[in-house]
Ligand binder design. Structure first.
Ligand code: SF4
Length: 106
């Protein structure tokens, strides 16, 4: 199971929909049906698949600032690279926050 020091979320209001983030870090970013990108936690890293796309059924969580995904340690470098390359400057990376995680609604 992965450790995590960082969390990541996307401000979809600023996302241009080019998909660069998923090209760089496909374990953390995924395109949504509306052409915007969201974050996710993969079972291969955390034991359970969780997609922060705003859907309300099981395995999903809120999008935007409410949809924070843990970044696996093995993915930190490419998640940071994704944020640096993101033309919308809308990939937000923050230090792990246990309280925020407990209230993230997923
Ligand atoms: S790189 Fe940024 S702007 Fe492009 S799809 Fe990903 S989040 Fe959206």
């Amino acid at each position: 199971m992965s450790e995590t020091k960082l969390i990541v979320w996307i401000d979809q209001d600023l996302c241009t929909g080019d998909g660069i983030c998923e090209e760089i870090a496909p374990d953390v970013f995924q395109g949504r049906d509306d052409g915007l990108w969201v974050v996710k936690e993969q079972a291969s890293h955390f034991g359970t698949d969780l997609l922060f796309d705003g859907a309300e059924d099981g395995g999903h969580g809120p999008d935007g600032a409410g949809g924070v995904a843990r970044v696996p340690d093995s993915q930190i470098d490419i998640v940071v690279e994704s944020a640096e390359e993101c033309p919308g400057e809308c990939i937000m990376i923050e230090p792990y926050d246990a309280e925020l995680m407990a209230n993230r609604g997923a």
